[in-house]
Ligand binder design. Structure first.
Ligand SMILES: NC(=O)c1ccc[n+]([C@@H]2O[C@H](COP(=O)([O-])OP(=O)(O)OC[C@H]3O[C@@H](n4cnc5c(N)ncnc54)[C@H](OP(=O)(O)O)[C@@H]3O)[C@@H](O)[C@H]2O)c1
Length: 254
């Protein structure tokens, strides 16, 4: 059985990718993962779907997923790690649960799901890690989120190199702001207006299309808009303190 596994498929970018994936790939089944059964049931995937309810922040659930794969022994031809969240505000505006939760979901769960899936992947299979432009520089008022995405960026591109001899291709997508529930989740802190504006925001449909085109081309780094491309280049040539100063002009004082 040839399957795709998609985490964070219940809303935003993961949902749109799941609904558009038939335009680019063919699977016997798509396994969609999140915490909300109601939302997953509303995902309109053209392939047969298997709903897997998991809070990926809980280690026991990751082991349950590992056991499920052992029982069903599928061939995973595509893994998309899309589940993730951020929180806006300085260190003292975001509570400890949320701070550690970001690390648990964005880094720990992404690593676990990736490592658990790799033994079920054959030659020509693919992994898409959903990262962010926030990974390019340290971002005050998004400190843990930007650090967690820097982890995803480096981990995934190093893994691409390690998996190349097996014919498994890892791609990383780094979007800027996307118009999804991510933003309301991120604003739900002690300083909800920490970020002034979401400049160059794109729709999840736009980013999903770029993600799927990039995946089809087996690109290592998918920069899905002109802003992402320019910011990536600037982050490699300009001093980080200058870029951080520029970023801070788009944030409010605590
Ligand atoms: N929106 C942006 O501005 C933006 C920009 C750059 C990168 N990104 C990245 O894009 C990815 C998708 O985000 P989005 O914008 O589509 O946001 P979203 O609409 O909030 O989607 C987040 C997804 O993650 C799932 N999720 C959250 N916590 C989970 C948990 N503990 N266990 C399992 N699943 C969980 C959610 O499902 P349930 O709530 O049903 O569990 C949902 O399906 C994230 O990795 C995010 O960091 C977003």
């Amino acid at each position: 059985m040839n399957i795709a596994v998609i985490t964070g498929a219940s809303s935003g970018l993961g949902k749109v990718i799941t609904e558009e994936i038939h335009n680019f790939f063919v699977f016997d089944e798509v396994w969609i993962i999140s915490r909300s059964e109601e939302k997953l049931k509303k995902v309109n995937c053209k392939f047969k779907t298997k709903i897997i309810l998991l809070d990926l922040q809980i280690y026991e659930n990751l082991l349950n997923f590992k056991n499920l794969l052992k029982e069903e022994n599928p061939n995973i031809s595509l893994l998309i790690n899309c589940a993730g969240y951020g929180k806006f505000g300085s260190y003292n505006a975001v509570n400890l649960d949320s701070s550690l939760g970001m690390i648990d979901l964005n880094c720990r769960a992404l690593t676990a799901v990736t490592e658990i899936c790799i033994p079920y992947m054959k030659n020509n299979s693919q992994i898409l890690q959903v990262c962010s432009v926030a990974s390019f520089i340290p971002l005050p008022k998004l400190n843990i989120y930007s650090a967690s995405k820097a982890f995803v960026f480096n981990y995934s591109l190093a893994l691409r190199n390690e998996l190349k001899p097996k014919g498994i291709y890892v791609s990383v997508i780094c979007p800027n702001w996307i118009d999804t529930e991510f933003l309301s989740v991120a604003e739900n802190t002690a300083t909800p207006k920490a970020i002034k504006s979401y400049m160059f925001k794109k729709s999840p449909e736009f980013i999903a299309n770029k993600a799927l085109i990039g995946l089809k081309k087996k690109k290592h780094l998918i920069l899905p808009s002109a802003f992402c491309k320019v910011f990536f280049v600037l982050s490699r040539i300009l001093p980080k303190p200058l870029l951080i100063k520029l970023w801070l002009t788009n944030t409010n004082k605590d």
